[in-house]
Write a protein that binds this ligand. Structure first.
Ligand code: CTP
Length: 400
């Protein structure tokens, strides 16, 4: 991702965390341009930030410059988004009232793209009505004010006023910069395991956490889609904005998915559906002393294959395959047999792949016989790749 970020740092103690934020952004391919106030430079050095960002750091208006008179305009024009973290009460007051008396406030005066402001200060300063009024004024002018977190404050107080951790700021920036290439698309995702009850207290299930499916739902939402997630019990939380339908068994999942299928442009079947269920579910708990403890299993319907037999031409159907032996051969068979457009092969024996971890190593198999091996990456990055391929496939099938 090549995105220019203007990172404004003002003089609060949490400025000491900003080098970690710069590292995360640079690692993700973002071009970070730091502009800091002189007070901020007392908490973290311009040299540290210049080294980590790979760009010169601007503190004041009057240093040696290549473009002496218009540097502030150049900086404002070059970035797609500005982040002010931490934002002090002083900076917020100046921004809210059009004061431009240093490099950062002057650049912000010329900045006409999205701005995220992360106020961070003592709880009493944060609750000061003057600050509140200034924040409200900024919000009414279109600035995005991000609520501080509650917790221990550097001043010894406990309460609202903490700057969020660099990881959280980074994710927010990433979310804001994501391409909105799924506007208007309706996406159906399944995730997690199913549970097949034996009796009121026991069930058959598997090790799926739901992380891969939830990552797809999250990225599709961020890219502009209307997302419905049908899932079994998940070990991760579902992002706000995703329409979440909770089910338990494979039969319940089948029913919901079939209801939603005809109104979905893309379907991602990441759920680890149980292939079998007990033939009978006992209404009472099975006791140790019961005469025959044998459990008879019967087959569940294959939801993916059912969808494959019903799909219309420009609907994109993405299936998953968890394999432990002859992965590629087995996956090629599943792709054809279930009539899917993309099959995501998960060799669950590989380190960093499969159940319950945050990374994955997958191979994508396409309907036309092409294949693409992806390297080890986070499940969110895998989700982005799969979604991008599904979008390309939909575009091609509509052009035909
Ligand atoms: N799937 C499904 N319904 C089932 C079983 C699987 O919809 N009853 C879907 C999964 O959601 C996944 C794909 O089929 O997208 C492949 O699942 P997987 O467990 O790898 O394969 P199976 O078809 O169950 O075959 P096997 O377990 O024999 O490898």
């Amino acid at each position: 991702m090549s995105s220019s970020i203007l990172l404004g740092i003002t003089g609060g103690i949490s400025a000491y965390k900003i080098p970690s934020l710069v590292r995360l952004m640079v690692k993700a391919g973002m071009n970070v341009q730091v502009v800091m106030t002189l007070s901020a430079s007392k908490f973290v050095t311009p040299m540290t930030l210049a080294t980590l960002s790979g760009n010169p750091v601007y503190c004041d208006m009057w240093g040696e410059r290549d473009r002496p008179s218009v540097e502030h305009i150049f900086l404002a024009d070059a970035a797609r988004i500005a982040i002010i973290a931490p934002a002090t009460a002083n900076f917020i007051g100046k921004l809210a009232h059009g004061i431009a008396d240093d490099m950062l406030t002057t650049v912000m005066m010329a900045f006409n793209k999205p701005v995220l402001i992360y106020p961070a200060m003592n709880i009493n300063m944060y609750n000061n009505p003057i600050l509140k009024e200034n924040l409200e004024r900024l919000m009414s002018l279109g600035y995005q004010v991000m609520a501080p977190e509650k917790g221990d404050l550097a001043c010894g107080w406990v309460g609202e006023g903490r700057m969020p951790e660099p990881e959280a700021i980074f994710l927010e920036v990433k979310r804001r910069l994501a391409p909105r290439d799924m506007d208007g698309l309706r996406v159906l995702v399944t995730a997690g395991p199913t549970e097949e009850p034996l009796d009121p207290v026991r069930f058959l299930t598997n090790r799926s956490s739901g992380k891969m499916g939830v990552a797809i739902a999250k990225r599709a939402l961020q890219r502009g889609a209307k997302v419905c997630l049908v899932s079994g019990p998940l070990k991760v939380s579902v992002p706000v904005g995703v329409d979440h339908i909770k089910v338990r068994t494979a039969l319940e999942m089948m029913e919901k998915v079939l209801e939603l299928f005809h109104e979905s442009d893309m379907v991602f079947k990441a759920a680890a559906v149980a292939d079998f269920r007990p033939e009978f579910t006992c209404r009472e708990k099975i006791k140790k002393g019961d005469l025959d403890p044998t459990v008879n299993l019967i087959c569940n319907p294959d939801i993916l294959a059912t969808l494959g037999s019903k799909k219309w031409p420009d609907q994109v159907l993405v299936g998953f395959a968890a394999e432990t032996t002859d992965p590629i051969e087995n996956a090629r068979v599943k792709l054809k047999k279930k009539n899917v457009d993309i099959l995501v092969l998960n060799d669950v024996t590989q380190p960093g792949a499969g159940f319950d971890c945050d990374t994955n190593v997958v191979r994508l198999l396409f309907r036309n016989g092409d294949e693409e091996q992806l390297s080890l990456m986070s499940k969110e990055d895998v989700a982005d790749k799969i979604i991008s391929r599904a979008i390309e496939m939909r575009r091609h099938s509509r052009e035909r």
